[in-house]
Design a binder for this molecule. Structure first.
Ligand code: ADP
Length: 428
């Protein structure tokens, strides 16, 4: 029992004492004295529990003993077995069971003492104990119910504790598997990054070596021509040679620029991006490249969720698609003003961004090779063939996709799908 409960009981008993005084006056001082002593005993027990001198588990039994003593004294003073308060004796083990449900001993003890008190009261009233047997049986039975109730309560508490432990264990296992999943995801992303770096390194070496080889041989030839002291044999041939050399250098420069551009912020640590803002930013930057060409129409619905692709990568992907679209329209013959659409839509599980242009579309033989590293149809200074490869790589790494198709009404359409940041799951 806790200190507060003792204080409440002491208060109630004190009120009982006051009420008793008002009702009976000074005619029954013994009962009044018992009530006051009872109340004071509870106050002292409460103080002892509060200061830690009496353990809570022992206080219940003591409270039961004190109460039994008090009730027995009152019952004895008011007629023993015939007292109107006689039946209140049976309440004691029930109250003890109620207030100390965690332990069996206090209830059992108070039940035994209560039965002894019943026998004692018969004895003091000089009536044969045999007469009290029905009361003993009935009181014992009722007290037994208190014991049974306490047992049921403890069993329920125990099973609740087990359930709580199981819940905690399940939560811990869940957290552990989530930690493992995140670790595996990070490791896979790292492996994929290394793989891509390896592929790029091989590709770059090959793509840069080619132009380097002919730039070098052209320069050697030019040097021979100049140091030979002869007049260049064919000025036209030399011009072609210079042009070819320039193209080679431009191609190398473009590859290096594209690689630097895409790895500007390395492997972005940003976990998510806001597609609406990214679309506006990519449009703003693209207009800088294609001011002469026309406009980019933007369609962004309200409430577009965040996606699991970092903001700077998202902008880079969209910008790359917009610049490709602009360059495709620019290459159209006859020339036409660009009409480029940048449109987003979403479902609970997917965000879709489309880039449409009114260019010449993608030739059937180009379509299957579009995402190959270093595949380009552009002039050496204009394209490296890395843009779409890297875009698709960034998107695929976070479980999204990037596809291309020709529009029936002419022009190309690139479709980017991404998962919302909250629902994103690793790519299988
Ligand atoms: P790059 O732009 O450096 O050539 P990309 O990987 O971005 O490299 O593009 C590869 C090729 O895909 C381009 O050379 C072009 O042939 C084709 N392509 C890309 N976008 C479009 C488009 N909107 N319309 C037609 N062809 C396109």
């Amino acid at each position: 029992m806790k200190r507060k409960l003792f204080s409440v009981c002491a208060g109630m008993l004190f009120l009982g004492w006051v009420g008793h005084g008002l009702f009976f006056g000074r005619s029954r001082p013994f009962e009044g004295g018992v009530l006051l002593t009872w109340s004071l005993s509870f106050l002292v027990l409460g103080l002892l529990v509060g200061t830690g001198r009496l353990p809570a588990w022992a206080s219940g039994g003591l409270a039961g003993l004190v109460s039994l003593g008090a009730v027995t004294a009152i019952v004895h003073a008011t007629g023993g077995p015939t007292s109107p308060y006689f039946v209140t004796l049976v309440c004691t083990p029930l109250l003890v069971a109620m207030f100390t449900p965690d332990a069996r001993a206090p209830t059992l003890g108070s039940l035994g003492v209560m039965l002894l008190a019943v026998a004692l009261l018969y004895h003091l009233a000089e009536r044969p104990v045999r007469e009290g047997l029905p009361s003993l049986f009935i009181f014992g039975g009722i007290g037994g119910l208190g014991l049974y109730g306490g047992k049921t309560y403890r069993r329920l508490r125990e099973s609740e504790r087990h359930a709580q432990e199981d819940r905690l264990l399940a939560l811990e296992q869940l957290a552990e598997s989530e930690r493992r999943r995140l670790r595996a995801e990070t490791e896979r992303a790292e492996m994929e990054r290394r793989l891509l770096m390896g592929q790029l390194a091989t590709g770059v070496a090959h793509e840069v070596n080619n132009p380097l080889a002919f730039v070098k041989s052209n320069l050697n030839y030019l040097e021979q021509q100049l140091t030979g002291g002869q007049q260049p044999s064919d000025i036209e041939e030399l011009r072609e040679l210079l042009d070819e050399t320039r193209q080679g250098v431009l191609r190398i420069q473009r590859i290096v620029t594209d690689l630097r551009y895409f790895s500007r912020d390395g492997l972005s640590q940003e976990e998510w991006g806001a597609p609406g803002e990214a679309m506006q930013e990519a449009r703003r930057q693209a207009l800088g490249h294609m001011a002469r060409l026309g406009d980019v129409a933007l369609e962004v619905p309200d409430g577009l969720p965040r996606v699991r692709l970092g903001q700077s990568h998202l902008i880079q992907v969209l910008l790359n698609l917009l610049i490709n679209a602009a360059e495709a329209v620019e290459s159209s013959r006859p020339a036409r003003p660009a009409r480029i659409q940048l449109r987003a839509s979403h479902t609970p599980s997917e965000i879709r961004v489309e880039v449409e242009d009114n260019g010449p579309g993608i030739p059937a033989e180009v379509l299957p090779r579009l995402f190959e590293p270093f595949f380009t149809t552009k002039a050496p200074g204009k394209g490296s063939g890395l843009g779409l490869t890297l875009c698709r790589e960034y998107v695929a790494r976070v479980g999204g996709s990037l596809t291309a198709e020709n529009r029936p009404e002419g022009g190309a359409r690139f479709v980017l799908t991404l998962t919302p940041a909250a629902a994103a799951s690793p790519r299988s």
